[in-house]
Design a protein around this ligand. Structure first.
Ligand SMILES: Cc1ncc(COP(=O)(O)O)c(C=O)c1O
Length: 394
């Protein structure tokens, strides 16, 4: 068999994606990540990064990373359980646990690996996972890796969860898992009601707070704080790659669960630790959030302004309750065309299509941040209005 014939199917798949408007053209950012970025030599307003608080290029975090490199170097040189645990990792875990009001925390390389570490460590063959139908891919993959049976319940529907639990024969353990803020729609999981169900049946409850960290709760302490559910949610998974503007994953909760993940979380055991500058920048991020709510407040004020204005123009912004604002457009080619036209108007906002969202639910996903000024918001809104009218969406 020639190489060509072995890979011909991939060429075919890619051609089909292009025909369907589902092929992702990846933009290259030529500047620091911020409210404005440079792409193809052009300065554009950035409405699609998860850099909620504008920390990705914050001077305090940059300084902390540089100082840490001078003191500790760059790479950890090993997995955490061999020689990769540095005092900085231990300090970050302690600070994150305090910040979130839990007994303990463990850091991983990313939010994705945090889910892959946690779910298979808690449930396995013969156990059952009850998972929200719209959960993030990293939760889905964690569930699959665990080899437990997966029962999907209807999105944000505690009554359906209860029904599904009652209908499911259970011989082993059970885990209920949900996104905290759903990343493509910006709606919030009904965590108090999910807790009621988890508590009724004595099942473990886990929330992935990737988009709630630094966004929801007092000073950005996350969804558990937002709902006042401290001590009731067993596991909070989070990421340092969004509001904290760095990279890294975290699992927070009871000491015993964190102790267990240090023994059985496979990405913790078999993949090297977070790097020195990342950890140091995250520590500086925790300091900032503990000192002031300024960034979190600005994020919410910007998001409310932008979302309300889009709605008043007549855009369908779905069920967003957070700074993630989907501008629903329907078919993927329209969303791609919308995104291209926005870019020509100096606004960077990516189209999202299948498989990230269901077929026929393509959208522009607007990510508001604290890094935008009132003038930025006005410019962005003007571009949305102009393109919306031009393409017959408004
Ligand atoms: C809900 C959710 N969980 C986990 C992740 C993965 O986080 P990370 O980028 O840190 O791997 C994401 C990021 O897209 C997410 O949206």
């Amino acid at each position: 068999m020639t190489t060509d014939s072995k890979t011909a199917w991939i060429e075919q798949e890619i051609a089909t994606l292009k025909e369907q408007g589902l092929f992702t053209n990846i933009r290259t950012i030529e500047s620091a990540m911020d409210g404005w970025v440079t792409i193809n030599g052009k300065r554009v307003l950035n409405f699609c990064a998860n850099n909620y608080l504008g920390l990705a290029n914050h001077p305090t975090l940059r300084e902390a990373a540089k100082n840490a490199i001078d003191q500790y170097g760059i790479g950890p040189g090993a997995v955490r359980t061999i020689a990769g645990t540095m005092s900085l990792h231990v300090e970050l875990e302690k600070r994150l646990a305090e910040f979130k009001g839990v007994e303990a925390a463990i850091t991983l390389q990313s939010g994705f690996t945090a889910n892959l570490a946690t779910i298979p460590a808690l449930v396995g063959k013969g156990d059952v996972i009850f998972s929200d139908r719209l959960n993030h891919a990293s939760i889905i993959d964690g569930c699959r890796l665990s080899r437990a049976d997966i029962v999907a319940y209807e999105h944000n529907d505690p009554a359906d969860l209860r029904r599904k639990i009652q209908e499911t024969k259970l011989d082993g353990r059970a885990l209920i898992v949900t996104d905290g803020v759903f990343s493509m729609d910006g709606d919030i999981a009904p965590l108090p009601e999910l807790y009621e169900v988890a508590n009724e049946f004595g099942h473990l409850l886990m929330v992935d707070d990737a988009h709630g960290e630094g966004v929801l709760g007092r000073g950005g302490r996350g969804i558990v704080d937002h709902f006042g559910l401290h001590g009731k949610v067993d596991i909070e998974v989070g990421t340092m790659s969004k509001a904290f503007g760095v990279v890294g994953g975290v699992v927070a909760g009871k000491q015993v669960i964190v102790d267990w993940l240090r023994q059985r979380g496979r990405p913790f055991l078999f993949s090297s630790a977070m790097t020195v500058p990342d950890v140091a920048a995250c520590l500086a991020g925790v300091d900032l959030l503990e000192q002031s709510t300024e960034q979190v407040d600005r994020l919410w004020s910007n998001a409310e302004t932008f979302k309300n204005a889009l709605r008043e123009m007549g855009f369908d912004t779905g069920h967003s309750q957070t700074p993630i604002v989907p501008v629903m457009l329907g078919e993927a080619p329209l969303a791609q065309q919308f995104s291209r036209r926005l870019f020509e108007e100096g606004v960077f906002a990516m189209a999202i299509g299948y498989p990230t969202v269901p077929q026929g639910k393509a959208r522009i996903r607007v990510m508001n941040t604290a890094a935008h000024s009132p003038q930025d918001l006005e410019k962005g809104l003007a571009a949305f209005e102009a393109v919306g009218k031009e393409l017959g969406v408004l």
